[in-house]
Design a protein around this ligand. Structure first.
Ligand SMILES: [Zn+2]
Length: 443
């Protein structure tokens, strides 16, 4: 079945493209990890990459009937954003600091409706997979998997685990309201979940996994947009952090920690979290520990620059915190690149307001900031493709590289991003998007 959706023809039926073999050729093929290949080709069978290399080397004896469906200037793996939130901000709520309306009956339907188009925009901008660190995309992901709606592969934490009064709590709401809506006995509609003590933290991990979480999101420090804490505050005790990481591991999940202040970063790393989100106070000691632990930095430069550019919209307390973080965020990424810390693309993209600087679909701006901080374009592409699945431990599918046996999540681009990384930041330049071998976008 073919459904016309705006300018794009999209196949949504799970039966389409099943048991098919096709090839795509490109002037330049960027594998995600490793050097680009001139005059490259990929062969896709049943949604998986079966062969990749230089077009001249295709074993013709194996592919006598091979059809090349497309020739494009540049091919690369679909990109990943490992730090997103889908909650209808700017439509359902007035903005990022107005989460109260999410507690009202009926808001879930509106969030879901808005999220459908946000997910489509994300896929059309070249992002074939997202990790959602708190939000509602995880709740609608069965509809994407069934082909009912169009979107990237979704790996969601669903609710953010936070201490009472921590970054993931809603400080402006009565505590009982937060508890009633975030826990399974309540509506289960909040994207924040308050838990305290080893027992409470262990139970909270079990509850989000029960709801379908593929990764566990916690806050080991305070934040910029929460009312009554500071980014330098440490949140959760070492024993609570250990309990969360160990309970997650029993179900094959890794933990991502919102961590800005140095003590909260170090405590999270000691407990064994897989990724440090934001990481503004990264210094040489933190970088060394991250490398020892094989942890990954998710710098979220896009939201920091975006919020700083619109700082007048924030309340005075948050504005002061934001401006304090700006320079730290710039220098920590520069240092992390210099010291060889592993980095994955994550933006903190959250806005459903189409005019907002960090609206869904603007995710590739993170590559711009990475190159500005010292990465080569090829390193930035690896940050956007091959490295991100590692932030999910064993929960990620084989994807993020043009490599034999990997999912055929592939994008075509009108010009070479190795020569100019800005090419990726304009969705119009992403001419084709295949997800699992199915074509979702073409001119
Ligand atoms: Zn976030």
């Amino acid at each position: 079945m073919r459904i016309p959706l705006r300018q794009t023809t999209i196949t949504t039926s799970a039966d389409d493209a099943a048991a098919t073999v096709f090839g795509i050729t490109a002037d330049v093929l960027i594998p995600g990890r490793g050097d680009p290949i001139k005059h490259g080709a990929v062969v896709v069978k049943d949604g998986t990459i079966e062969w990749v290399g230089s077009k001249n080397d295709i074993p013709s004896e194996c592919y006598s009937d091979l059809k090349f469906s497309h020739h494009v200037p540049v091919l690369m793996p679909g990109m990943w954003d490992v730090h997103t939130h889908f909650a209808g901000s700017g439509v359902v709520t007035a903005g990022i600091q107005d989460s109260m309306r999410l507690f009202l009956p009926g808001s879930a339907a509106l969030v879901g409706a808005v999220t459908v188009d946000d997910l489509r925009r994300t896929l059309m901008s070249g992002f074939t997979s997202i990790r959602e660190l708190g939000g509602y995309a995880g709740d609608v992901s069965p509809a994407v998997e069934k082909g009912v709606i169009v979107g990237p592969n979704i790996y969601s934490a669903l609710a953010i685990l936070s201490i009472t009064g921590g970054h993931g709590d809603t400080h402006g709401a009565p505590l009982q309201t937060v508890l009633d809506t975030c826990c399974p006995s309540g509506g289960g509609s909040a994207m924040g979940m308050v838990c305290d003590g080893v027992e409470g933290c262990t139970k909270a991990v079990r509850q989000v996994i029960r709801r379908g979480a593929k990764v566990i999101k916690i806050c080991s420090t305070g934040g910029v947009l929460s009312m009554n804490d500071q980014p330098e505050d440490s949140q959760f005790s070492p024993a609570e952090l250990r309990a969360i990481v160990e309970e997650a591991a029993r179900s094959g999940r890794v933990v991502a920690s919102h961590a800005i202040g140095k003590n909260g970063i170090l405590a999270a790393l000691d407990a064994g979290v897989k990724s440090i989100e934001h990481g503004m106070y990264l210094d040489e000691e933190v970088a060394t520990k991250m490398k020892e632990k094989n942890a990954i930095l998710v710098p979220t430069r896009h939201i920091v620059e975006g919020l700083a550019a619109g700082a007048e919209d924030l309340d005075p307390k948050s504005r002061a915190k934001m401006l304090r973080m700006l320079e730290l965020s710039r220098s920590s990424l520069k240092l992390a690149i210099k010291l060889g810390v592993k980095i994955a693309l994550g933006t903190d993209t959250f806005s459903s307001d189409r005019t907002h600087i960090i609206a869904h679909g603007t995710n590739a701006k993170e590559l711009h900031w990475a190159v500005e901080a010292g990465m080569t374009p090829l390193q930035a592409i690896e940050m956007a493709t091959a490295t991100p699945p590692e932030t999910l431990g064993s929960m990620a599918k084989k994807a993020g590289q043009l490599k034999v046996g990997y999912d055929a999540d592939i994008i075509a681009i009108s010009a070479n991003p190795v020569e100019d990384i800005e090419v990726l930041t304009k969705p119009d330049n992403i001419t084709h998007v295949w997800k699992g071998g199915k074509l979702f976008k073409s001119p």
